[in-house]
Design a protein around this ligand. Sequence first.
Ligand code: 5GP
Ligand code: ZN
Length: 114
Amino acid sequence: MDDCIFCKMSQKKIPSRIAYEDSSLFAFYDVHPQAPIHILITPKKHIARIYDLHPPEGLVLSEMIFLANQLAKENKIDKNGYRLVINCNPEGGQTVYHIHLHLLGGRDMKWPPG
Ligand code: 5GP
Ligand code: ZN
């Protein structure tokens, strides 16, 4: 997608702080972190929403989760814990329409708090 910010980031057309990259995945640090560790894990292939994910593409979701686990370990949040989030559509909180898995940790993520 020509006007997709996350496609442009994985294609290095705009800069990002890269956490991981291989032939199918691209992970980078969120520009407005909601936790001390906040990484976005994306497929390089443009898929707009989790709702658009169909069985032939389903494998990429498990690849994204395995990578999140690996990055949690590398960032030393695996033992204390972390949260994985995928937002879908406006009321789901999605603002960028290229599937991304949020990896959040480094603080108490319990919600609602208290
Ligand atoms: P969503 O709300 O769609 O689930 O998450 C989009 C995320 O992308 C937000 O947390 C937002 O801070 C992040 N984001 C938006 N634009 C950029 C950008 O240009 N660079 C980086 N690193 N993150 C971005
Ligand atoms: Zn895209």
